[in-house]
Design a protein around this ligand. Structure first.
Ligand code: NAP
Length: 459
């Protein structure tokens, strides 16, 4: 009785910590604190497991904790900011896999459950397995291990047949109440194949949404298995992850103007990407001195950071430059596209790390109308999020995605290393516009050169 009371009271605290953590993560100002709250909840939920009635194999639990905790601590510390999306995909896959493993063990050990609980076991197993194999494919793609886009001839038909076969195999287990080894293995093998096959053709710009969707699915699977094990902490964690993942998926799909059905069933393929060309004109190169002059004599500058700022680790220099310009009386604002970089909030995190004041940072819909009044739009390592083809070129794979109106500024300066395309792999007409000036080099070095020139002008 005392153990049960201790466990349930701890789970109540765990639930509060998860909710506080999630609330904290909703703003860059409190995100770090949010992660600590949620992490503390996880630690408490894990420790309480040792007091769970019937637990005997403590040594095995400690070994599992040491392996899992050690691997995640090491990888969390070692991962580069730019590799974070694949790390999220991998951890997410592990969550789905863990839920699926619970389902498999429950089925294999022939636990006597009623039909509803067996149904939830199978459902959680299905969702968790799809999320597991799908997330691993997403990881392999983002990590560059799987380079080709695999598109089967009748992809959508194959998806439907695999989905139907998996659901049928699950129904057989629930309806007959006989989970034979063959049926269980067949069911999980089909679910694994379905998760992998549905993810393989998805590429480029759609991947973050898919990872977020798998995240939501993992939460759902964990919640179902929590019900099966009668474990409130799992149910709460599952619901929180499922709800947050679903909302994030919707927000990202909306930000890219790609309905989820299009992302899953009409993926952007290599051929489609190649189709987004047709750009004509000439690239006009400027020096750091030219750029410094344009910025120093402007009244209003809007900075558009993108993935290249993260790669070049230029955020601290960008902050230094923005302060210099502000001190010279120039109105400087940052425009953040919802999918700039490689993960939601990527740019906000970097700018917060560099200490850029939050009241200088604006979301796309808040600032898009201001570009027309800006003397300079300074694009730092951004590409797809300022590509006007999204507005005008119906054949472009990013057609329909809302973009930042950088092209409407009086002058545009683009900092990038060379002729590299963005994540979607297509050319950008903005770079060829008459009022666009290319400033080549790695972002940190180039911004540093611009800073030096601005300082010399002031001296
Ligand atoms: P982007 O379209 O990927 O373009 C990044 C640009 O940065 C490239 O053209 C590259 O050109 C330049 N670059 C790379 N390293 C650089 C460096 N060291 N210094 C200066 N420039 C550098 O980036 P974005 O405009 O931020 O758009 C994000 C894209 O990623 C979208 O298509 C989005 O859908 C997708 N995506 C987003 C997320 C997310 O959740 N935010 C996740 C995954 C994918 P050079 O090679 O010529 O330098």
């Amino acid at each position: 009785m005392t153990a049960k009371l201790l466990i349930n009271s701890s789970y109540f605290i765990v639930a509060l910590l998860f909710i506080l953590g999630l609330k904290g993560m909703s703003s860059p100002v409190t995100a770090r604190r949010g992660i600590i709250w949620a992490g503390a909840g996880m630690v408490l939920a894990t420790l309480v497991t040792f007091a769970w009635p019937g637990m005997t194999n403590y040594a095995l639990m400690v070994v599992a904790l040491a392996i899992g905790g050690g691997a995640s601590w090491w990888s969390g510390a070692a991962v580069k900011m730019t590799d974070m999306p694949q790390m999220v995909a991998l951890y997410n896959g592990m969550g789905g896999g863990a839920a699926a493993a619970i389902a498999a063990i429950e089925l294999f050990r022939g636990a006597t459950h009623n039909t509803m609980v067996t149904g939830l076991t199978v459902l959680g197993g299905l969702i968790g397995t799809v999320s597991f194999s799908g997330s691993l494919v997403a990881f392999a793609k983002l990590q560059g291990i799987m380079k080709k886009v695999f598109h089967l001839p009748a992809q959508n038909a194959v998806n439907v047949v695999l989905a139907a076969a998996t659901v049928f195999a699950g129904i057989v287990i629930v309806a007959t109440g006989e989970a034979t080894a063959l049926r269980i293995i067949g069911f999980f093998a089909l679910a694994l194949a379905f998760g992998a096959v549905i993810t393989m053709p998805i590429g480029g710009a759609d991947m973050p949404v898919v990872i977020s969707l798998f995240n939501a699915l993992t939460g759902l699977a964990v919640g179902f298995e929590g019900y099966v094990l009668n474990n409130p902490a799992l149910i709460i964690a599952g619901i929180v992850v499922g709800a947050a993942g679903t909302l994030l998926t919707q927000l990202m799909a909306k930000a890219m103007n790609r309905p989820l059905t299009n992302i899953l069933f009409k993926p952007i393929t290599g051929e489609a990407q190649a189709g987004g060309g047709g750009v004509t004109g000439r690239l006009k190169e400027v020096t750091a001195l030219d750029a410094a002059a344009m910025l120093r004599y402007a009244q209003k500058v809007i900075i558009v950071p993108g993935y290249g700022m993260a790669v070049g680790q230029a955020q601290h220099k960008v902050k230094e430059m923005s302060v210099l310009l502000e001190e010279a009386g120039i109105d400087v604002k940052f425009a953040i596209h919802p999918v700039a970089g490689r993960m939601p909030g990527h740019m906000n995190v970097l700018l917060a790390e560099a200490g850029v004041s939050y009241d200088r940072i604006f979301d796309m819909e808040e600032i898009n109308n201001e570009f027309a009044q800006a003397d300079v739009a300074l694009v730092i390592g951004a590409n797809d999020v300022v590509n006007p083809a999204a507005r005008t070129d119906k054949s472009s794979p990013i057609y329909g995605m809302p973009i930042l109106n950088a092209d409407q500024a009086h002058n545009v300066i683009v900092i990038k290393r060379g002729k590299g395309t963005g994540y979607s792999g297509i050319e950008n007409a903005l770079f060829y516009d008459d009022n666009t000036h290319m400033l080549y080099g790695s972002a940190q070095q180039v911004v540093n050169d611009v800073i030096k020139n601005i300082k010399e002008m002031a001296a």
